[in-house]
Design a protein around this ligand. Structure first.
Ligand code: NAD
Ligand code: TYD
Length: 354
């Protein structure tokens, strides 16, 4: 049985990942450690919250005593770290929390896992770890910086992050790397392109545009809207992470992407079309400072080594995404009204283990 600590499991990708594991693996135990920041939402997991293989703990990955307590109690053999501050625009306004959570939080998880997994934790020269343990860091293609009109990111592309968000993710990747090189800790790093799908917080491009279309509000396109992202349906990302957990060679980085490069304006127009709105809603606004022009992932390593490939095309993924948001307007309205934040403050006031 796999005994997994998933962090950030109440966020967009983490909640899809928890659901993916419960659906596809019988013999599994998952503890979801999530601080429930503005981006964490237990509604994302309401359909699986009573599953006996799953439990939730509200807390901070940077809280060493709590992480120790969870390791002592559950004896995890696997950590998948999704927990992060994840929005570039917020990182431009307030970088501090990005460094604290994304770098120091990652260090805390790594260090507690090392102490629990090393056969002789007190011998600084020993590189022996328990059989079958693994720490997986969920990272992003943004650590590679921006591309020009041609080329793709491979796993050996030098790190050149441009935003405080991507700088914090790149820093965390380097700390993970150091735990492999220095201590021999079994780790993997995955670097995925932009995700879309159900349960994405409506500050990100696709759910924001869907929500604004549904409410007839202006659609704020940064600059000329010709920035390019390589979009992947979230379930395909989850399957890729599961493949790396099972088969990824220790110490390796795996890029994850679906060969789906689209300009932002193309996506906005598609959403306008799918929701029956008018292009008159488009409003070109001032560009994001330091805005990366283009991302593209070369996924050769993961497809050839691990046999993973995306199941969704952009057409099927977007169709199911728009349909999901159309059928879950309550979910969106609750977030936008801020009602769920008040609810969680009351419910989980004292960081208690569930
Ligand atoms: P998200 O913002 O939707 O979710 C982040 C989750 O982490 C939230 O539930 C939040 O409550 C939790 N969290 C934040 N700080 C915490 C802390 N200190 N302790 C415990 N929990 C904390 O983000 P997402 O889009 O689901 O991204 C998840 C991960 O995947 C991130 O590490 C991100 O960098 C990475 N990633 C995201 C994308 C994307 O397109 N969204 C692409 C590639 C990689
Ligand atoms: P976002 O979803 O924030 O992801 P990231 O910045 O991590 O790629 O943004 C995706 C693209 O959409 C990015 O080029 C910025 C752009 N964008 C807009 O044009 N308008 C918006 O309101 C938002 C949120 C993003």
């Amino acid at each position: 049985m796999k005994n997994i600590l998933v962090t950030g499991g109440a966020g967009f990708i983490g909640s899809n990942f928890v659901r993916y594991l419960l659906k596809n693996y019988e013999d599994i135990r998952i503890v979801n450690l999530d601080l429930l920041t503005y981006a964490g939402n237990l509604d994302n997991l309401s359909d699986v919250s009573n599953d006996s293989r799953y439990s939730f703990c509200r807390g901070d990955i940077h809280d060493r005593a709590l992480v120790e307590q969870l390791f002592d109690r559950y004896g995890f053999d696997t950590v998948v770290n999704f927990a992060a501050e994840s929005h570039v625009d917020r990182s431009i306004a307030n970088p501090d929390i990005f460094l604290t959570t994304n770098v120091m939080g990652t260090l805390t998880l790594l260090d507690v896992a090392k102490r629990h997994w090393k056969l002789d934790p007190d011998d600084k020269y020993s590189r022996e770890f328990k059989e079958g343990v693994k720490y997986l860091q969920v990272s992003t293609d943004e650590v590679y910086g921006a591309l020009g009109e041609t080329g793709m990111f491979t796993e050996t592309t030098p790190l050149a992050p441009n935003s405080p968000y991507s700088a914090s993710k790149a820093s965390a990747d380097l700390v993970v790397r150091s735990y492999d090189k220095t201590y021999g800790m079994p780790v993997n790093i995955t670097r995925c392109s932009n995700n879309y799908g159900p349960y994405q917080f409506p500050e990100k491009l696709i759910p924001l545009m869907i929500n604004n279309c549904l409410n007839g509000k202006p659609l704020p396109v940064y600059g000329d809207g010709m920035q390019i992202r390589d979009w992947l349906y979230v379930e395909d990302h989850c399957a890729a992470i599961a493949a790396v957990l099972e088969k990824g060679r220790l110490g390796e980085v795996y890029n994850i992407g679906g060969n789906n490069e689209r300009a932002n304006i193309e996506i906005v127009k598609l959403i306008i079309h799918d929701t029956g709105r008018s292009e008159e809603l488009i409003e070109h606004v001032r560009d994001r400072p330091g805005h990366d022009r283009r991302y593209a992932i070369d996924n050769t390593k993961i497809t050839s080594e691990l046999g993973w490939s995306p199941k969704y095309t952009f057409q099927t993924g977007m169709a199911s995404t728009v349909e999901w948001y159309l059928h879950h307007r309550d979910w969106m309205d609750k977030i936008v009204s801020g009602e769920y934040m008040k609810y969680y403050e009351k419910m989980y006031a004292n960081n208690a283990l569930s």
